[in-house]
Design a protein around this ligand. Structure first.
Ligand code: PXP
Length: 268
C-alpha cells in the first residue's frame, strides 16, 4: 500500500490529482467501417470534454486504421483540453507531431498485424532510435511519454532518454482479470504498484492505461503515484449502452472513490 514516502512532492495530506485521458480511436474504428463521416471522433472528443475528460488521446497509426490525419488537425483546432498524440517512433509521425504540436506525445510500439498496442515500447534496447525523437519533441515544447511495461530497466531507459513521463501498460493486469486468474491479477497489480513507486522515486511522472474497465480501474486509481489514466475501448463500448457522458462519468466516479480511499489510508 502506498505511504507518505511514495507520494509525489508536497502532496502529503491531500489527494493527488488523477486525470482521465479519453481515447477516441474506436469512434473512428466504427466510422471507418462504412467509410463515411459518422460517427465523428471529434464530436466524441468534444462530448468527452463536456463530460469531464481532462484530456483526449488519439493514436494515428501508420495504417490509418482508425484515426486519420484530418482528425488530428481538427482535434488541434477544436479541443480546449490537452491532446495526447499517440505515435510510433517513425520519421513520418515525428513530422506530424512537430507540425501539429499537440500538448503531449506518447511514443508507442506499433506492429502492422496487431489488433491493438500489444506490449510496451522496448525503450531499453532502442535508445539510439528514440533519443533524437524524444529530443526533437521536447525541443518543440511537447510533453513526451513512453508507453512501457512496468519494468525497472524500462524506467531507467526513460530517465536516460530524458522522457519526463512514462505510461505503464496495464494490458497483462487487465488480461489476468478477464481470465479470472486472481493470482496473476494480484501479481500484476503489485508489479504496477512497485514500478509506479520506483518511477516516481526516479523523478518520472507516471501514467497508466490499456484495457482498463469499471472492474479493473480502482486498484490502479488507488496507486497515488499515478497521475493520469488513458482509457478508450471500454468507455466507447459502454457508451453504446448508456451514452458517452454516462460512461465517462461513471469511470470518473470509480477513479475518484478509489483515489480518496487510498489517500485516506495513506495518511493514517
Ligand atoms: N494508452 C495507450 C498508450 C494506448 O496505446 C491505448 C490503446 O490505444 C490506451 C492507453 C487505451 O487502451 P484501451 O483502448 O484498451 O482503453
Amino acid at each position: 500500500m502506498p505511504n507518505q514516502a511514495n507520494l509525489p512532492n508536497n502532496e502529503s495530506g491531500s489527494t493527488p490529482e488523477l486525470r482521465l485521458g479519453v481515447n477516441i480511436d474506436h469512434v473512428a474504428t466504427v466510422r471507418n467501417a462504412r467509410g463515411g463521416p459518422h460517427p465523428d471522433p471529434v464530436r466524441a472528443a468534444l462530448l468527452a470534454e463536456k463530460a469531464g475528460a481532462d484530456g483526449i488521446t488519439a493514436h494515428l497509426r501508420e495504417d490509418r486504421r482508425h484515426i486519420a490525419d484530418r482528425d488530428i488537425e481538427r482535434l488541434r483546432r477544436d479541443l480546449t483540453i490537452p491532446l495526447n498524440f499517440e505515435m510510433a517512433a517513425t520519421d513520418e509521425m515525428l513530422d506530424i507531431a512537430l507540425a501539429q504540436k499537440p500538448h503531449a506525445a506518447c511514443i508507442v510500439p506499433e506492429k502492422r498485424e496487431e489488433r491493438t498496442t500489444e506490449g510496451g515500447l522496448d525503450a531499453a534496447s532502442s535508445h539510439n532510435r528514440l533519443a533524437p525523437l524524444v529530443r526533437q519533441l521536447r525541443d518543440a515544447g511537447i510533453r513526451v511519454s513512453l508507453f512501457i511495461e512496468a519494468d525497472e530497466s524500462q524506467l531507467d531507459a526513460a530517465v536516460l532518454l530524458g522522457a519526463p513521463v512514462v505510461e505503464l501498460h496495464t494490458g497483462s493486469y487487465c488480461e489476468a482479470w478477464l481470465c479470472g486468474d486472481m493470482d496473476a491479477f494480484e501479481r500484476e497489480r503489485a508489479r504496477l504498484q512497485t514500478m509506479t513507486d520506483v518511477g516516481v522515486a526516479k523523478g518520472l511522472e507516471v501514467h497508466a492505461g490499456h484495457g482498463l474497465t469499471y472492474d479493473t480501474v480502482q486498484p490502479v486509481a488507488a496507486m497515488l503515484g499515478i497521475r493520469e489514466l488513458n482509457i478508450g475501448h471500454f468507455l466507447m463500448g459502454e457508451a453504446m449502452f448508456v451514452g458517452l457522458e454516462q460512461s465517462i462519468a461513471k469511470m470518473r466516479r470509480l477513479m475518484q472513490q478509489a483515489r480518496q480511499s487510498a489517500s485516506h489510508r495513506a495518511v493514517l
